[in-house]
Design a protein around this ligand. Structure first.
Ligand code: GMT
Length: 377
């Protein structure tokens, strides 16, 4: 198949899923064309079957905002024609599904019937998409996609609740490529370079936006380290970074936290991890939690959105109400205070993550592509 993938090229979950999907499809011999404004950060695999097409937006004094969706839809039309693409798979509705609709109409005028698959990822529905400023256009572009998928049952419910949707929604969970996660302790994973022998290592990975409640991460860690000697690895950059640095300084725990910034080798950093914290306000799925579990790390998370589909309470970690940092710290300490218990949770986390392996999930996307090409969805 010849597939165009449109996504955000950044460290966000939707871009990561789109890039991993594209690389996996190319490995299976499909022709994949990434269309976006920068090379996706996770694109680390080179093959004859992977192409990248950069969307340029020219500066012009009249524009207060650059008309990205216009340039994107024009680029989609150009690439579809040039490479005879059959499918445009757009990740994150805003503005990708809308731009794909425009591309589809332009191509129709040229006698080309391009199929549009839209994958909804979360904030494009829950936080941003349903805002009155965007709702009409998002609803329209979902209803006019050929196929719509969501990354969790929870996001499907949210989409049906927040919009007037006339299409069937297919749930295809996010996935992990286990080949990128060493199943035995890698020699380069030197815990001693980060923590003392008796210290546990706790991690949090996010874009440090308000929805991630990074202040809760610091609060939970503060409570944990009072009982259990530990270090916190914080991976990611975002608007809340300065605030949580000050918070950590005020609490006197700055020297126990390593701020590592953005990384496209999260899989390698997670090898150090004993416990993962994800106290988000909402997560449609929580890819960061799944990545942690693939690296044998139990998860302390909230019970919002799709997190209960990934993190099983009392088995792979624990789920608490949003903002209940006392409960999250209590659960974390329960796991960390016993070596035996920690090992059990680690095994459980890995076993649960295996259900979301690339091998298990990729066929669902391929099925959707096949169906849309024969016109049955
Ligand atoms: O979490 C973010 O803010 C990034 C965002 C994105 O769109 O890149 O992540 C969303 O998509 C991920 C991949 O499907 C999901 O795992 C995240 O749960 C989801 N984030 C939210 O719903 C807040």
């Amino acid at each position: 198949m010849k597939i165009g993938i449109v996504c955000y090229p950044t460290f966000g979950g939707s871009g990561v899923v789109a890039t991993e999907l594209g690389m996996a499809l190319a490995q299976k011999g499909h022709h994949v064309h990434f269309i976006t404004y920068k090379q996706p950060v996770r694109l680390d695999f080179i093959s004859n079957d992977i192409h990248f097409h950069e969307v340029f937006v020219e500066e012009y004094p009249l524009f207060q905002f650059q008309p990205y969706e216009l340039a994107l839809s024009s680029k989609m039309v150009e690439v579809v024609q040039m490479y005879n693409l059959e499918i445009l798979h757009v990740h994150y509705a805003i503005p990708h599904a809308y731009a794909a609709y425009m591309a589809k109409q332009m191509l129709k005028e040229k006698g080309i019937d391009i199929k549009v698959v839209t994958t909804l990822h979360g904030t494009d529905i829950t936080l941003v998409g349903s805002h009155p400023n965007y709702k009409t256009a998002v609803e329209f572009s979902i209803n006019n996609s050929d196929v719509v998928t969501t990354v969790s049952e929870s996001l499907k419910k949210d989409t049906l609740r927040l919009f007037n949707i006339r299409k069937e929604i297919h749930v295809i969970h996010n996935f992990i490529d286990f080949e990128k996660y060493p199943q035995i302790e890698a020699p380069e994973c030197q815990r001693s370079s980060i923590a003392k022998e008796n210290e546990r290592i706790i991690t949090h990975v996010s874009n440090l936006r308000p929805v991630k409640r990074a202040a809760d991460v610091i609060d939970i860690f503060y409570k944990i380290q009072k009982k259990i000697p530990s270090k916190l690895l914080l991976v990611g950059e975002g608007p809340d970074r300065e605030h949580i640095e000050c918070q950590a300084k005020d609490l006197g725990i700055l020297d126990k936290i390593l701020f590592l910034g953005n990384s496209n080798e999260v899989n390698k950093l997670l090898c150090y991890s004993d416990l993962f914290l994800l106290p988000s306000e909402t997560e449609s799925f929580g890819l960061a939690a799944l990545e942690a579990m693939a690296a044998r790390t139990p998860v302390i998370s909230t019970n919002s959105g799709g997190l209960p589909e990934v993190n099983i309470n009392g088995v792979t970690g624990f789920l608490s109400n949003v903002g209940d940092t006392d409960d999250m710290a209590k659960n974390a300490i329960y796991i960390l205070e016993s070596d035996e218990r920690l090992q059990q949770f680690k095994e459980n986390a890995l076993n649960q993550a295996k259900q979301f392996s690339l091998q298990n999930v990729l066929p669902a996307y391929k099925e959707v592509y096949k169906e849309v090409l024969v016109g049955c969805c």
